[in-house]
Design a protein around this ligand. Structure first.
Ligand code: FMN
Length: 250
């Protein structure tokens, strides 16, 4: 964990628009050593560089998210009234508070004593991993710690779907089912449960976006194999859905 989690989170969230500078194309599993390196330059870029450099020690690198405000937001009926899909986004980055609350709403632990989540899963398998793609790279949400673990430093947003807008949206959620957690079921049943469980999470994200005035659209129009390769996700883990999230275009 970092000494300045909020500052690092702001970098993650793209408040620093540091695209270039030799991010590594290599893909690493969460918690593995990172191999990328950001360009030298301004303070912000040096911080990004430090973020990458820290990983070289081999320690798992995590960004601790600020606690979500679980007493805020619009009343449920108002959020339902506003829930919709939008495909025009501002490139304005999301602040850490919003990312924290979005991730908690989508996949967070709401009953810590039992490790249960804001979204239901069949047999409580909790088989859907939630990934976050931003300009700064790919991260995995760790619900138990309400943290993000670094996967790799490549911007793969354009690879998360087959529609033109997807590459410029500040934050993309990617839902990945670990079918290895789904017991002795047929592939068909596993796919059904994985789709259902992903969709519950996506609807949570929709409702948070409606509450917070964000634009979002859940997306199945993607190349799951290409996206899995960009994420270094391998069987029995499979991409189910993606979801673009940002402020609405003016
Ligand atoms: C499983 C699922 C997959 C979807 N895939 C896409 C997609 O790939 N691209 C897209 O633009 N919208 C996608 N949508 C959004 C639908 O087009 C949208 O929900 C529908 O048009 C109704 O609009 P509304 O969400 O505003 O009510 C998807 C929705 C669902 C439930």
């Amino acid at each position: 964990m970092f000494g300045k989690p909020i500052g690092i989170a702001m970098i993650l969230l793209g408040l620093v628009q540091c695209r270039g500078g030799g991010d590594s194309p290599a893909v690493e599993e969460p918690g593995a050593k990172a191999v990328g390196q950001a360009s030298a330059g301004g303070v912000a870029e040096r911080e990004v560089s430090a973020l990458f450099d820290e990983s070289r020690g081999g320690a798992p690198r995590e960004i601790q998210l600020p606690p979500p405000d679980t007493d805020g937001g619009r009343p449920l009926m108002q959020a339902l009234k506003k829930r919709r899909s939008e495909r025009s986004f501002s490139e304005r980055p999301l602040p850490p508070r919003v990312v924290s609350e979005l991730l908690w709403a989508t996949a967070g632990v709401n009953r810590p004593d039992r490790g249960l989540r804001t979204a239901p899963t069949a047999r409580n398998w909790q088989e859907i991993d939630l990934y976050v793609a931003t300009v700064s790279g790919l991260w995995r949400y760790e619900p138990e710690r309400h943290a993000l673990s670094f996967v790799h430093g490549r911007d793969i947003r354009a690879e998360t779907g087959l529609q033109d807008f997807v590459g410029a949206v500040p934050l993309t959620l990617i839902f990945v089912a670990d079918k290895g957690k789904m017991g002795d079921n047929t592939e068909l049943r596993k796919s059904f449960y994985a789709g259902a469980d992903s969709a519950f999470m996506a609807q949570n994200a929709y409702l948070y976006c409606a509450s917070e005035g964000l634009a979002t659209v859940v997306r199945a129009y993607l190349d799951p194999d290409e996206l899995a390769a960009a994420m270094n996700v391998k069987p029995p883990r499979e991409v189910t859905l993606a979801q673009s999230i940002g402020y609405p275009a003016k």
